[in-house]
Ligand binder design. Structure first.
Ligand code: PLP
Length: 429
Protein backbone atom coordinates (compact mmCIF):
# COMPACT_ATOMS: atom_id res chain seq x y z
CA UNK A 1 0.00 0.00 0.00
CA UNK A 2 1.52 3.31 -1.19
CA UNK A 3 0.83 6.36 0.96
CA UNK A 4 3.26 8.90 -0.50
CA UNK A 5 0.71 11.60 -1.43
CA UNK A 6 -0.89 11.52 2.03
CA UNK A 7 2.54 11.79 3.65
CA UNK A 8 3.52 14.80 1.52
CA UNK A 9 0.20 16.51 2.22
CA UNK A 10 0.55 15.92 5.95
CA UNK A 11 4.06 17.43 5.98
CA UNK A 12 2.73 20.53 4.25
CA UNK A 13 -0.45 20.63 6.38
CA UNK A 14 1.64 20.71 9.57
CA UNK A 15 3.24 23.94 8.37
CA UNK A 16 -0.11 25.77 8.12
CA UNK A 17 -2.65 23.89 10.26
CA UNK A 18 -2.09 23.08 13.97
CA UNK A 19 -1.06 19.42 14.08
CA UNK A 20 -1.88 19.22 10.36
CA UNK A 21 -5.60 18.54 10.93
CA UNK A 22 -8.75 20.59 11.44
CA UNK A 23 -10.05 18.35 14.23
CA UNK A 24 -7.74 16.46 16.64
CA UNK A 25 -9.55 13.11 16.27
CA UNK A 26 -8.35 12.97 12.66
CA UNK A 27 -4.69 12.73 13.70
CA UNK A 28 -3.26 9.24 14.14
CA UNK A 29 -1.47 10.38 17.31
CA UNK A 30 -2.80 7.55 19.49
CA UNK A 31 -2.21 4.78 16.96
CA UNK A 32 1.06 5.90 15.37
CA UNK A 33 1.75 6.90 11.78
CA UNK A 34 0.35 9.76 9.74
CA UNK A 35 -3.31 10.34 8.85
CA UNK A 36 -4.42 9.40 5.38
CA UNK A 37 -5.80 12.25 3.29
CA UNK A 38 -9.12 11.56 1.62
CA UNK A 39 -9.87 12.36 -2.00
CA UNK A 40 -13.39 11.04 -2.31
CA UNK A 41 -15.98 8.68 -0.83
CA UNK A 42 -18.82 6.68 -2.28
CA UNK A 43 -21.23 4.17 -0.70
CA UNK A 44 -19.34 1.98 1.76
CA UNK A 45 -15.92 3.13 0.53
CA UNK A 46 -13.50 5.94 1.11
CA UNK A 47 -10.51 6.60 -1.19
CA UNK A 48 -7.25 8.29 -0.22
CA UNK A 49 -4.99 10.60 -2.22
CA UNK A 50 -2.89 7.58 -3.25
CA UNK A 51 -6.02 5.85 -4.60
CA UNK A 52 -6.10 3.23 -1.86
CA UNK A 53 -9.63 2.01 -1.10
CA UNK A 54 -10.97 1.44 2.41
CA UNK A 55 -14.24 0.05 3.76
CA UNK A 56 -15.76 2.73 5.95
CA UNK A 57 -16.51 2.16 9.62
CA UNK A 58 -16.24 5.82 10.70
CA UNK A 59 -18.64 7.37 8.21
CA UNK A 60 -17.59 10.93 9.00
CA UNK A 61 -18.00 10.11 12.72
CA UNK A 62 -21.64 9.19 12.28
CA UNK A 63 -23.54 11.33 9.78
CA UNK A 64 -23.27 9.04 6.74
CA UNK A 65 -25.81 6.48 7.90
CA UNK A 66 -26.82 5.68 4.29
CA UNK A 67 -23.19 5.55 3.11
CA UNK A 68 -21.33 8.25 1.20
CA UNK A 69 -22.49 10.28 -1.75
CA UNK A 70 -26.03 8.93 -1.59
CA UNK A 71 -27.77 9.90 -4.88
CA UNK A 72 -30.88 11.16 -3.07
CA UNK A 73 -28.92 13.54 -0.81
CA UNK A 74 -26.66 14.64 -3.65
CA UNK A 75 -29.66 15.48 -5.82
CA UNK A 76 -31.27 17.51 -3.01
CA UNK A 77 -28.07 19.53 -2.58
CA UNK A 78 -27.66 20.15 -6.30
CA UNK A 79 -31.29 21.22 -6.61
CA UNK A 80 -30.97 23.60 -3.66
CA UNK A 81 -27.85 25.20 -5.15
CA UNK A 82 -29.98 26.62 -7.97
CA UNK A 83 -31.68 28.91 -5.46
CA UNK A 84 -28.63 30.53 -3.83
CA UNK A 85 -26.45 29.44 -0.95
CA UNK A 86 -27.45 31.61 2.04
CA UNK A 87 -30.06 34.26 2.83
CA UNK A 88 -29.85 34.88 6.59
CA UNK A 89 -33.67 34.98 6.57
CA UNK A 90 -36.41 32.44 7.37
CA UNK A 91 -37.26 29.75 4.80
CA UNK A 92 -40.02 27.19 4.24
CA UNK A 93 -37.49 24.35 4.62
CA UNK A 94 -36.69 25.43 8.18
CA UNK A 95 -40.36 25.17 9.11
CA UNK A 96 -40.61 21.79 7.43
CA UNK A 97 -37.53 20.34 9.17
CA UNK A 98 -38.61 21.71 12.58
CA UNK A 99 -42.02 20.06 12.20
CA UNK A 100 -40.41 16.81 11.09
CA UNK A 101 -37.91 16.74 13.98
CA UNK A 102 -40.73 17.41 16.45
CA UNK A 103 -42.66 14.48 14.99
CA UNK A 104 -39.65 12.12 15.14
CA UNK A 105 -37.93 12.96 18.46
CA UNK A 106 -40.27 12.36 21.43
CA UNK A 107 -38.94 15.15 23.70
CA UNK A 108 -38.96 17.88 21.05
CA UNK A 109 -41.89 20.27 20.85
CA UNK A 110 -39.84 23.23 19.61
CA UNK A 111 -36.39 23.20 18.03
CA UNK A 112 -33.68 25.69 17.06
CA UNK A 113 -31.29 24.86 14.20
CA UNK A 114 -27.56 25.59 14.63
CA UNK A 115 -24.40 24.64 12.73
CA UNK A 116 -22.76 21.96 14.89
CA UNK A 117 -23.23 19.66 17.84
CA UNK A 118 -20.99 21.95 19.88
CA UNK A 119 -23.32 24.90 19.35
CA UNK A 120 -26.30 22.73 20.23
CA UNK A 121 -24.93 21.62 23.62
CA UNK A 122 -23.53 25.06 24.56
CA UNK A 123 -26.88 26.63 23.80
CA UNK A 124 -28.92 23.96 25.57
CA UNK A 125 -26.97 24.49 28.81
CA UNK A 126 -27.46 28.26 28.56
CA UNK A 127 -31.20 27.84 28.05
CA UNK A 128 -31.44 25.40 30.99
CA UNK A 129 -29.63 27.94 33.17
CA UNK A 130 -31.89 30.74 32.01
CA UNK A 131 -34.98 28.63 32.59
CA UNK A 132 -34.06 27.44 36.10
CA UNK A 133 -32.12 30.50 37.29
CA UNK A 134 -29.38 28.10 38.49
CA UNK A 135 -25.69 27.98 37.44
CA UNK A 136 -24.33 24.46 37.96
CA UNK A 137 -24.80 21.40 35.80
CA UNK A 138 -23.85 17.74 36.00
CA UNK A 139 -21.69 16.14 33.32
CA UNK A 140 -20.58 12.52 33.16
CA UNK A 141 -16.89 11.58 33.19
CA UNK A 142 -15.71 10.57 29.71
CA UNK A 143 -18.72 12.00 27.89
CA UNK A 144 -18.06 14.47 25.10
CA UNK A 145 -20.39 17.32 24.26
CA UNK A 146 -18.25 19.27 21.80
CA UNK A 147 -15.63 21.84 22.64
CA UNK A 148 -17.60 24.43 24.65
CA UNK A 149 -15.51 25.54 27.67
CA UNK A 150 -17.74 24.08 30.36
CA UNK A 151 -17.69 20.61 28.75
CA UNK A 152 -13.90 20.24 28.43
CA UNK A 153 -13.60 18.73 31.88
CA UNK A 154 -13.06 14.98 32.05
CA UNK A 155 -14.04 14.98 28.38
CA UNK A 156 -14.02 11.93 26.12
CA UNK A 157 -13.32 11.55 22.40
CA UNK A 158 -10.25 13.42 21.06
CA UNK A 159 -9.77 15.17 24.42
CA UNK A 160 -8.91 11.89 26.19
CA UNK A 161 -7.21 10.46 23.08
CA UNK A 162 -4.82 13.43 23.02
CA UNK A 163 -4.34 13.24 26.80
CA UNK A 164 -6.17 16.49 27.60
CA UNK A 165 -9.53 15.57 29.15
CA UNK A 166 -9.26 18.84 31.14
CA UNK A 167 -8.31 21.43 28.57
CA UNK A 168 -6.03 24.36 29.45
CA UNK A 169 -7.85 27.60 28.64
CA UNK A 170 -10.97 26.69 30.61
CA UNK A 171 -11.04 29.07 33.57
CA UNK A 172 -11.43 27.87 37.17
CA UNK A 173 -14.53 30.06 37.34
CA UNK A 174 -16.13 28.13 34.47
CA UNK A 175 -14.99 24.71 35.68
CA UNK A 176 -16.46 25.15 39.17
CA UNK A 177 -20.00 25.04 37.77
CA UNK A 178 -19.44 21.70 36.00
CA UNK A 179 -20.11 18.90 38.48
CA UNK A 180 -18.67 15.53 37.46
CA UNK A 181 -20.25 12.15 38.00
CA UNK A 182 -19.35 8.62 36.87
CA UNK A 183 -21.73 7.19 34.24
CA UNK A 184 -24.07 4.36 35.27
CA UNK A 185 -23.96 5.29 38.97
CA UNK A 186 -27.25 6.69 40.30
CA UNK A 187 -26.00 6.99 43.87
CA UNK A 188 -23.24 9.35 42.76
CA UNK A 189 -25.92 11.59 41.26
CA UNK A 190 -27.95 11.48 44.48
CA UNK A 191 -24.85 12.57 46.43
CA UNK A 192 -24.14 15.47 44.04
CA UNK A 193 -27.74 16.60 44.11
CA UNK A 194 -27.85 16.53 47.93
CA UNK A 195 -24.59 18.49 48.18
CA UNK A 196 -25.80 21.14 45.70
CA UNK A 197 -29.46 21.41 46.65
CA UNK A 198 -31.43 23.79 44.38
CA UNK A 199 -28.25 24.90 42.58
CA UNK A 200 -28.22 22.48 39.63
CA UNK A 201 -29.74 23.71 36.38
CA UNK A 202 -29.19 20.65 34.21
CA UNK A 203 -27.89 17.15 33.93
CA UNK A 204 -26.46 16.46 30.48
CA UNK A 205 -25.31 13.09 29.23
CA UNK A 206 -24.94 10.94 26.17
CA UNK A 207 -27.71 8.43 26.96
CA UNK A 208 -25.62 5.79 25.20
CA UNK A 209 -22.12 7.25 25.28
CA UNK A 210 -19.93 6.72 22.22
CA UNK A 211 -17.08 9.04 23.13
CA UNK A 212 -15.25 6.79 25.58
CA UNK A 213 -15.88 3.95 23.19
CA UNK A 214 -19.45 2.68 23.17
CA UNK A 215 -20.90 2.07 26.64
CA UNK A 216 -24.44 0.94 27.38
CA UNK A 217 -26.70 2.23 30.16
CA UNK A 218 -27.41 -0.23 32.96
CA UNK A 219 -30.99 -1.41 33.33
CA UNK A 220 -33.07 1.39 34.89
CA UNK A 221 -30.25 3.94 34.84
CA UNK A 222 -31.80 6.42 32.40
CA UNK A 223 -35.19 6.17 34.11
CA UNK A 224 -33.44 6.71 37.45
CA UNK A 225 -31.90 9.94 36.13
CA UNK A 226 -35.30 11.00 34.82
CA UNK A 227 -36.84 10.47 38.27
CA UNK A 228 -34.13 12.43 40.11
CA UNK A 229 -34.30 15.34 37.64
CA UNK A 230 -38.10 15.53 37.86
CA UNK A 231 -37.97 15.45 41.66
CA UNK A 232 -35.25 18.15 41.87
CA UNK A 233 -36.43 20.48 39.08
CA UNK A 234 -33.27 19.76 37.07
CA UNK A 235 -33.46 19.97 33.27
CA UNK A 236 -32.51 16.56 31.89
CA UNK A 237 -30.65 16.94 28.58
CA UNK A 238 -29.93 13.97 26.35
CA UNK A 239 -27.04 14.73 24.04
CA UNK A 240 -28.11 12.66 21.04
CA UNK A 241 -25.65 14.18 18.57
CA UNK A 242 -24.39 10.62 17.93
CA UNK A 243 -27.40 8.51 18.79
CA UNK A 244 -30.14 10.73 17.35
CA UNK A 245 -31.71 9.25 14.18
CA UNK A 246 -29.21 6.36 14.52
CA UNK A 247 -30.31 4.00 17.30
CA UNK A 248 -33.92 4.60 16.24
CA UNK A 249 -35.61 7.37 14.29
CA UNK A 250 -36.35 9.02 17.64
CA UNK A 251 -32.90 8.22 19.04
CA UNK A 252 -31.98 6.59 22.35
CA UNK A 253 -34.96 8.26 24.06
CA UNK A 254 -37.32 6.32 21.81
CA UNK A 255 -35.35 3.09 22.18
CA UNK A 256 -35.23 3.23 25.99
CA UNK A 257 -38.58 4.94 26.48
CA UNK A 258 -37.11 7.69 28.68
CA UNK A 259 -37.99 11.22 27.63
CA UNK A 260 -35.62 14.07 28.59
CA UNK A 261 -36.62 17.74 28.89
CA UNK A 262 -34.20 18.81 26.16
CA UNK A 263 -32.30 17.06 23.37
CA UNK A 264 -29.24 18.08 21.39
CA UNK A 265 -28.77 16.81 17.85
CA UNK A 266 -26.11 16.87 15.13
CA UNK A 267 -24.36 14.59 12.63
CA UNK A 268 -27.15 12.68 10.76
CA UNK A 269 -29.46 15.70 10.98
CA UNK A 270 -27.37 17.47 8.31
CA UNK A 271 -27.04 14.55 5.89
CA UNK A 272 -23.29 15.24 5.81
CA UNK A 273 -23.50 19.03 5.90
CA UNK A 274 -22.77 21.13 9.02
CA UNK A 275 -26.00 21.14 11.05
CA UNK A 276 -26.90 20.83 14.72
CA UNK A 277 -30.09 21.47 16.65
CA UNK A 278 -31.40 21.71 20.18
CA UNK A 279 -34.98 21.33 21.22
CA UNK A 280 -37.30 20.25 23.95
CA UNK A 281 -40.38 21.14 25.92
CA UNK A 282 -42.23 24.19 24.71
CA UNK A 283 -42.08 25.95 28.08
CA UNK A 284 -38.27 25.63 28.15
CA UNK A 285 -37.66 26.49 24.48
CA UNK A 286 -39.87 29.58 24.90
CA UNK A 287 -36.91 31.03 26.84
CA UNK A 288 -34.86 31.21 23.61
CA UNK A 289 -34.57 34.65 21.97
CA UNK A 290 -36.61 36.25 20.41
CA UNK A 291 -39.45 34.32 22.13
CA UNK A 292 -37.63 34.75 25.46
CA UNK A 293 -34.56 36.35 27.05
CA UNK A 294 -31.82 33.71 26.51
CA UNK A 295 -29.73 34.86 23.57
CA UNK A 296 -28.54 32.49 20.85
CA UNK A 297 -28.08 33.28 17.15
CA UNK A 298 -26.25 32.26 13.95
CA UNK A 299 -25.47 33.88 10.58
CA UNK A 300 -25.62 30.55 8.76
CA UNK A 301 -28.15 28.76 11.00
CA UNK A 302 -30.80 27.00 8.93
CA UNK A 303 -28.62 27.35 5.84
CA UNK A 304 -30.76 26.40 2.81
CA UNK A 305 -28.28 23.90 1.32
CA UNK A 306 -27.74 22.20 4.68
CA UNK A 307 -31.51 22.13 5.30
CA UNK A 308 -32.11 20.52 1.90
CA UNK A 309 -29.61 17.74 2.71
CA UNK A 310 -30.88 17.27 6.27
CA UNK A 311 -34.53 17.31 5.34
CA UNK A 312 -33.99 14.69 2.63
CA UNK A 313 -32.10 12.47 5.08
CA UNK A 314 -34.66 12.78 7.88
CA UNK A 315 -37.65 12.27 5.56
CA UNK A 316 -36.02 9.11 4.25
CA UNK A 317 -35.40 7.75 7.76
CA UNK A 318 -38.91 8.70 8.85
CA UNK A 319 -40.58 7.04 5.89
CA UNK A 320 -38.40 3.92 5.79
CA UNK A 321 -38.26 2.34 9.26
CA UNK A 322 -36.75 -0.79 7.69
CA UNK A 323 -33.45 1.16 7.55
CA UNK A 324 -33.07 0.44 11.26
CA UNK A 325 -33.77 -3.26 10.83
CA UNK A 326 -31.13 -3.37 8.09
CA UNK A 327 -28.59 -1.51 10.25
CA UNK A 328 -29.29 -3.70 13.27
CA UNK A 329 -28.85 -6.84 11.17
CA UNK A 330 -25.52 -5.59 9.82
CA UNK A 331 -24.40 -4.78 13.37
CA UNK A 332 -25.50 -8.16 14.71
CA UNK A 333 -23.77 -10.06 11.91
CA UNK A 334 -20.54 -8.15 12.31
CA UNK A 335 -20.38 -8.46 16.08
CA UNK A 336 -21.29 -12.16 15.97
CA UNK A 337 -18.40 -12.68 13.54
CA UNK A 338 -16.03 -10.74 15.79
CA UNK A 339 -17.11 -12.76 18.82
CA UNK A 340 -16.54 -16.05 16.97
CA UNK A 341 -13.02 -14.89 16.07
CA UNK A 342 -12.26 -13.82 19.63
CA UNK A 343 -13.41 -17.20 20.94
CA UNK A 344 -11.34 -19.00 18.31
CA UNK A 345 -8.25 -16.97 19.21
CA UNK A 346 -8.82 -17.42 22.95
CA UNK A 347 -9.14 -13.67 23.49
CA UNK A 348 -11.60 -12.24 26.02
CA UNK A 349 -11.81 -8.70 24.73
CA UNK A 350 -15.04 -6.85 25.39
CA UNK A 351 -17.38 -5.86 22.58
CA UNK A 352 -20.03 -3.27 23.41
CA UNK A 353 -22.69 -3.09 20.74
CA UNK A 354 -26.05 -1.49 20.10
CA UNK A 355 -27.68 -1.35 16.66
CA UNK A 356 -25.24 0.25 14.23
CA UNK A 357 -22.70 1.34 16.87
CA UNK A 358 -20.00 -0.81 18.45
CA UNK A 359 -16.60 -0.72 20.15
CA UNK A 360 -14.07 -3.51 20.56
CA UNK A 361 -12.22 -2.77 23.80
CA UNK A 362 -8.79 -4.28 24.35
CA UNK A 363 -9.60 -5.37 27.88
CA UNK A 364 -11.21 -8.51 29.27
CA UNK A 365 -13.10 -6.47 31.90
CA UNK A 366 -16.66 -5.27 31.38
CA UNK A 367 -16.70 -1.64 30.19
CA UNK A 368 -19.51 0.36 31.81
CA UNK A 369 -17.93 3.75 32.63
CA UNK A 370 -14.88 5.92 31.98
CA UNK A 371 -12.62 4.14 34.50
CA UNK A 372 -13.34 0.70 33.05
CA UNK A 373 -12.88 2.01 29.48
CA UNK A 374 -9.45 3.33 30.46
CA UNK A 375 -8.34 -0.19 31.40
CA UNK A 376 -8.04 -0.95 27.66
CA UNK A 377 -4.63 -1.76 26.22
CA UNK A 378 -4.32 1.23 23.89
CA UNK A 379 -0.89 0.12 22.59
CA UNK A 380 -2.39 -3.14 21.36
CA UNK A 381 -5.35 -1.22 19.95
CA UNK A 382 -2.86 0.89 17.95
CA UNK A 383 -1.32 -2.22 16.42
CA UNK A 384 -4.76 -3.61 15.62
CA UNK A 385 -5.77 -0.30 14.01
CA UNK A 386 -2.72 -0.35 11.71
CA UNK A 387 -3.32 -4.00 10.83
CA UNK A 388 -6.91 -3.21 9.87
CA UNK A 389 -5.86 -0.14 7.86
CA UNK A 390 -3.38 -2.09 5.77
CA UNK A 391 -6.18 -4.58 5.04
CA UNK A 392 -8.35 -1.73 3.78
CA UNK A 393 -10.60 -1.18 6.82
CA UNK A 394 -10.94 2.43 8.00
CA UNK A 395 -11.48 2.57 11.77
CA UNK A 396 -11.53 5.49 14.19
CA UNK A 397 -7.90 6.02 15.24
CA UNK A 398 -8.64 5.73 18.96
CA UNK A 399 -9.87 3.18 21.46
CA UNK A 400 -12.16 5.88 22.88
CA UNK A 401 -14.57 6.10 19.95
CA UNK A 402 -17.56 4.17 18.68
CA UNK A 403 -17.64 2.82 15.15
CA UNK A 404 -20.62 3.72 12.94
CA UNK A 405 -22.14 1.35 10.39
CA UNK A 406 -24.02 2.37 7.26
CA UNK A 407 -26.69 0.70 5.14
CA UNK A 408 -24.11 0.56 2.31
CA UNK A 409 -22.36 -2.40 3.98
CA UNK A 410 -23.31 -5.49 1.99
CA UNK A 411 -23.03 -9.08 3.30
CA UNK A 412 -19.81 -9.49 1.28
CA UNK A 413 -18.26 -6.44 2.89
CA UNK A 414 -19.32 -7.60 6.35
CA UNK A 415 -17.54 -10.92 5.67
CA UNK A 416 -14.43 -9.05 4.53
CA UNK A 417 -14.40 -6.97 7.71
CA UNK A 418 -14.81 -10.08 9.89
CA UNK A 419 -11.90 -11.79 8.12
CA UNK A 420 -9.67 -8.70 8.33
CA UNK A 421 -10.58 -8.36 12.01
CA UNK A 422 -9.53 -11.92 12.80
CA UNK A 423 -6.23 -11.62 10.92
CA UNK A 424 -5.53 -8.22 12.49
CA UNK A 425 -6.22 -9.47 16.01
CA UNK A 426 -3.89 -12.40 15.44
CA UNK A 427 -1.17 -10.09 14.16
CA UNK A 428 -1.54 -7.58 17.00
CA UNK A 429 0.47 -9.61 19.50
N1 PLP B 1 -22.05 15.74 21.38
C1 PLP B 1 -21.67 14.49 21.07
C2 PLP B 1 -22.31 13.33 21.77
C3 PLP B 1 -20.72 14.27 20.08
O1 PLP B 1 -20.36 13.02 19.78
C4 PLP B 1 -20.15 15.38 19.42
C5 PLP B 1 -19.14 15.20 18.39
O2 PLP B 1 -18.66 14.13 18.12
C6 PLP B 1 -20.57 16.66 19.78
C7 PLP B 1 -21.54 16.81 20.76
C8 PLP B 1 -20.02 17.86 19.09
O3 PLP B 1 -20.48 17.94 17.79
P1 PLP B 1 -19.67 18.75 16.68
O4 PLP B 1 -18.40 18.02 16.45
O5 PLP B 1 -20.59 18.77 15.51
O6 PLP B 1 -19.43 20.11 17.24
Amino acid sequence: MQITHSKALFEKAKRYIPGGVNSPVRAFRAVGGDPIFIKRADGAFIYDEDDNTYIELINSWGPMILGHNHPMIKEAIVRALEFGTSYGAPTAKEVEIAELIASMVPSVEKVRMVNSGTEATMSAIRVARGYTGRDKFIKMEGHYHGHGDSFLISAGSGAITMGNPDSPGVTKGTAKDTLLAPYNDLEAIERLVAANKDEIAALILEPVPGNMGLVLPKEGYLQGLRNICTREGIVLIFDEVMTGFRLAKGGAQELFGVIPDMTTLGKIIGGGLPVGAYGGKKEIMEFVSPAGPVYQAGTLSGNPIAMAAGLTMLKHLNQNPEVYTTLNNIGDKLVKGFQTSLNKLGMNYTINHLGSMYSLFFTDQAVFDFESAKKSDTVRFGKYFQNMLKRGIYLAPSQYESLFLSTALTDDLVEKIIKANEESLKESF
